[in-house]
Design a protein around this ligand. Structure first.
Ligand code: 0T9
Length: 368
C-alpha cells in the first residue's frame, strides 16, 4: 500500500519519472523529503564488521577448507545488515546522504574476547561516489580492504544497481603464513518504488576466491526460485574442478548445508553496531559531525533547514575544488592510495567467469 505522504505524492511520481531517464549516478538527484536518510554512505562499510565474532573466527579455521567456509559464513551473515537495515530502522530503503570528497568515518567494535575490530572509511571520489574502507582485527589476524561505487539504471519500475569495486580479505595464520580472498559484490534491485516503500533484492551471483584454490560462488534470487522465498541464496564451494559442498537458504534468516539440517548461516543473531566517538570529539571531516545539521533537519522533519545546510556543504565543496584547481594542487587522499590495477584482484579474478581481468583499488596506507 501507498505510504507516500499526501503532500509529497506529486513530487514522488515526478521523481520516479525522472529516474526513468536517468542513468549512471543517482546520488546527486533531488528526492522528496520523506525518502531522505540522515546517514551518509561513508557509514555503510561498517555493515561488514557487524558480526565481529565471525570476522575474528576466520583465522582460527584448522584447514584451508574450514577457513574458506568461515569467510563465506561471515560474508553471507553481513548481507542482512547491508541490505535490510534501513527498512528495519526507518521502514523502507532511503536515499543516503551523498558523501563529500575526503569525508571520513571511524569506528570500533571493542574487544569482548576475540580482539578489537577497527574501521577506517574515506570518501575517495565525490563524482562518481566511491568509498574506500579498511577493517582490521589485529589480534585475530584478519583484515578487509575494499571500495564501493555504484552504477545505476532504471527498468521495469525498479532501480538496478551494479556495484563497482571489490574487497580483499587477508587471514594471518600461525607460523607467519597469510591467505588472501577476493570478494565480489552483488547486483541489487530496488523494488517497491511506486508505493514509496523501496526495498532491496539481490540478484545474479558473486564469488569469493581464495589464493588456496578454494572458490565459493553465491547465487542470489528473490521470490520464485527453489524455495520461492525472498532473499534466497545458494552457495557452492569448490576446489579446482571439484565441487565440495553447497549451502542454501535465506541471507536474512537461516541457511543450511544442502540436503541436511545443519545450520550454516544464521543471520538472526543480533548484530553489533559500530561504536563512534561523540560528535563533539570528532574531526571536521568526520561524517556525523560534517552532516550534523543536515541530519538533524531530516530527523526532525525540518527539511528546509536540512536543505539549507546541505547546500552550504555543497557550495563549500565547489569552492574548494575551484581553489585547488587554481592553485594546481588537487585534493590528496589521506588513508588510501589509488592503484590502477589491484594485484590481488588480478591474481584471483581470472578464476571467475564474466568479470573484468583487472580492476583498480584503494590500498590502505595506515592511520597514525
Ligand atoms: C555499499 C549498499 C550500497 C553501498 C548502497 C544504491 C544505494 C547506494 C549504495 C550498495 C553497501 O555495502 C551496501 C546498500 C544500499 C545501497 C543504496 C540503496 C539506495 O537506494 C542507494 C541509491 C543511490 C539511492 O538512494 C536511490 C534513490 C532512492 C530514492 C531509493 C530509495
Amino acid at each position: 500500500t501507498d505510504v507516500v505522504p499526501t503532500e509529497q505524492k506529486a513530487g514522488w511520481s515526478s521523481f520516479i519519472k525522472s529516474l526513468a531517464s536517468m542513468t549512471g549516478d543517482l546520488s546527486s538527484m533531488t528526492a522528496p523529503p520523506f525518502i531522505l536518510s540522515p546517514t551518509s554512505l561513508t557509514e555503510f562499510p561498517a555493515y561488514w564488521g557487524e558480526r565481529p565474532e565471525l570476522f575474528a573466527d576466520i583465522a582460527t579455521g584448522k584447514t584451508e577448507q574450514d577457513r574458506m567456509e568461515k569467510v563465506l559464513r561471515w560474508f553471507i551473515c553481513t548481507l542482512k545488515g547491508q541490505y535490510t537495515t534501513r527498512n528495519e530502522k526507518m521502514g523502507s530503503e532511503k536515499k543516503p546522504l551523498n558523501p563529500v570528497l575526503g569525508e571520513e568515518f571511524f569506528g570500533v567494535w571493542p574487544d569482548v574476547g576475540y580482539g578489537e575490530t577497527t574501521l577506517t572509511v574515506e570518501q575517495v571520489s565525490h563524482h562518481p561516489p566511491i568509498t574506500a574502507y579498511f577493517i582490521q582485527n589485529q589480534k585475530a589476524g584478519v583484515t578487509l580492504q575494499g571500495h564501493s561505487g555504484q552504477k545505476t539504471s532504471f527498468s521495469g519500475g525498479s532501480i538496478n544497481v551494479k556495484q563497482n569495486g571489490h574487497a580483499t580479505l587477508t587471514a594471518s595464520l600461525p607460523g607467519g603464513k597469510r591467505e588472501t580472498y577476493l570478494i565480489t559484490l552483488p547486483r541489487l534491485q530496488i523494488q517497491g518504488l511506486v508505493w514509496g516503500s523501496p526495498y532491496i533484492e539481490l540478484a545474479d551471483s558473486t564469488a569469493i576466491v581464495g589464493d588456496t584454490g578454494y572458490i565459493a560462488t553465491i547465487d542470489y534470487k528473490g521470490k520464485g526460485w527453489v524455495s520461492g522465498k525472498a532473499h534466497s541464496y545458494k552457495a557452492v564451494l569448490s576446489h579446482g574442478s571439484k565441487s565440495i559442498r553447497s549451502y542454501e537458504g535465506q541471507w536474512t534468516s537461516i541457511g543450511t548445508v544442502a540436503k541436511s539440517n545443519e545450520v550454516f548461516t544464521d543471520a538472526t543473531v543480533p548484530k553489533q553496531e559500530v561504536q563512534v566517538k561523540p560528535i563533539e570529539q570528532q574531526g571536521e571531516w568526520e561524517s556525523r559531525r560534517l552532516w550534523a545539521a543536515t541530519a538533524q533537519g531530516i530527523r526532525s522533519g525540518d527539511y528546509e533547514s536540512a536543505s539549507r545546510d546541505k547546500s552550504r556543504i555543497e557550495n563549500e565543496q565547489r569552492q574548494r575544488r575551484k581553489d585547488e584547481a587554481a592553485a594546481g594542487q588537487p585534493w590528496q587522499l589521506k588513508y588510501f592510495e589509488h592503484v590502477d590495477s589491484d594485484p590481488v584482484y588480478k591474481q584471483l579474478a581470472a578464476q571467475v567467469k564474466g568479470i573484468p581481468s583487472e580492476e583498480d583499488a584503494y590500498i590502505f596506507r595506515g592511520r597514525a
